[in-house]
Design a protein around this ligand. Structure first.
Ligand code: AKG
Length: 236
């Protein structure tokens, strides 16, 4: 990791590591997820059957499905010493705590891709002027196409209320304003990042960055996973 990559992470709040894991390394996880998904979908009236998932609001479908599928060894396969070394270099110190890895799965065909009514949030409250509280890793277990339900993040949103950046109320206002969200955010120096890409890609995100699940408009199950890495002094 060179200095310019670090500076980019500090400025934008995220970094994309293309094919950090080989396709082969994540293929086993993907195959297990798909097997389980097919099994659950085939159980008539079961919790993950297409009809019962479709009754739930789009983003609740993600939580429900992800909780139902277990992949033994998921955490060890993804939160590897190589990834921890990379996060340590990026943060300048090793994480003091690492959460268990969770699946982020979306059923296929959730509806049309949209930037409206999303669930922008941060997972911890932390001071934009303070030290980096943590890094969240997002893993692509399978290829995720644009519009395929990948996590969306607002690059730059971790620096609200700092010099040259919008205030948090300006950002909130832009998120509430109907119309050209991408353009309105761009004018504030904030960009929407879609974590789509290829199996094995990893996105590292400053935990202060606003992010949201998105609608999976494709016919494929969205297969991602996430781990949060915390640094000393951060609240969780
Ligand atoms: O399902 C997703 O992509 C969003 C995940 C998320 O918001 C989180 O892990 O904090």
């Amino acid at each position: 990791m060179n200095q310019s990559q670090k500076s980019l992470f500090i400025d934008s709040g995220y970094q994309r590591l293309e094919v950090f894991y080989s396709k082969k390394a994540v293929a086993g996880i993907g195959a297990k997820v798909l097997d389980e998904f097919k099994l659950l979908s085939s159980q008539r009236g079961g919790l993950a059957s297409a009809s019962s998932l479709q009754k739930l609001p789009v983003f609740q479908q993600i939580g429900k499905l992800s909780a139902r599928i277990k992949v033994p060894g998921l955490h060890e396969s993804l939160s590897t010493p190589e990834l921890i070394a990379c996060i340590t270099r990026l943060a300048g110190r090793p994480p003091s705590a690492i959460q268990d890895t969770q699946l982020l799965l979306s059923p296929p065909n959730q509806g049309a891709s949209t930037l409206e009514n999303l669930n922008w949030h941060v997972d911890i409250a932390a001071n934009p002027k303070g030290p980096l509280p943590g890094i969240q890793a997002f893993f692509l277990i399978d290829d995720v196409a644009p519009g395929g339900g990948a996590t969306l993040a607002l690059a730059g949103s971790h620096r609200v209320n700092t010099q040259g950046m919008p205030t948090s109320s300006q950002l909130r206002e832009a998120l509430k304003t109907p119309g050209d969200l991408r353009g309105n955010l761009h004018r504030l120096g904030i960009e929407i990042i879609e974590m789509s890409g290829r199996a094995g890609d990893v996105f590292l995100m400053d935990l202060r960055v606003l992010h949201t699940p998105s609608v999976n408009s494709t016919k494929n199950v969205r297969m991602m996973a996430t781990t949060r890495f915390f640094f000393d002094g951060s609240s969780r």
